[in-house]
Write a protein of this length. Structure first.
Length: 118
């Protein structure tokens, strides 16, 4: 089964920055290139929501709440997708999940906690 490996999140003060990364080590590059990759998040008591996605051709899409603050990118040669988060707010606190979408199925990473608090 395809396994997504996420970096560790952490505790950040409001206004701070954090970078998450996710890789899929056990596939070949050409397969990774076909996936739409993304980041979702889920806060306690809320449903999982899309944060940002990036297609194989690097077309990006962002939730309105993170536009201008978060940047998603991918390095196909390294089979990695990253999420750069700037100007973090307490409402960004959530478990963040990496995702890969092959058009018929979404596979999730294990999730990583991001906490924004002073």
């Amino acid at each position: 089964q395809v396994r997504l490996v996420e970096s560790v999140g952490g505790l950040v003060q409001p206004g701070g920055s954090l970078r998450l990364s996710c890789t899929i080590p056990r596939i070949i590059t050409s397969t990774f290139n076909q996936y739409q990759m993304g980041w979702y998040r889920q806060a306690p008591g809320l449903e999982r929501e899309m944060v940002a996605t990036i297609t194989s051709s690097h077309v990006t899409n962002y939730a309105d709440s993170v536009k201008g603050r978060f940047t998603i990118s991918r390095d196909n040669s390294k089979k990695t997708v990253s999420l750069r988060m700037n100007n973090l707010k307490p409402e960004d606190t959530a478990v963040y999940y990496c995702s890969r979408d092959d058009g018929s199925q979404i596979v999730w990473g294990q999730g990583t906690q991001v906490t924004v608090s002073s």
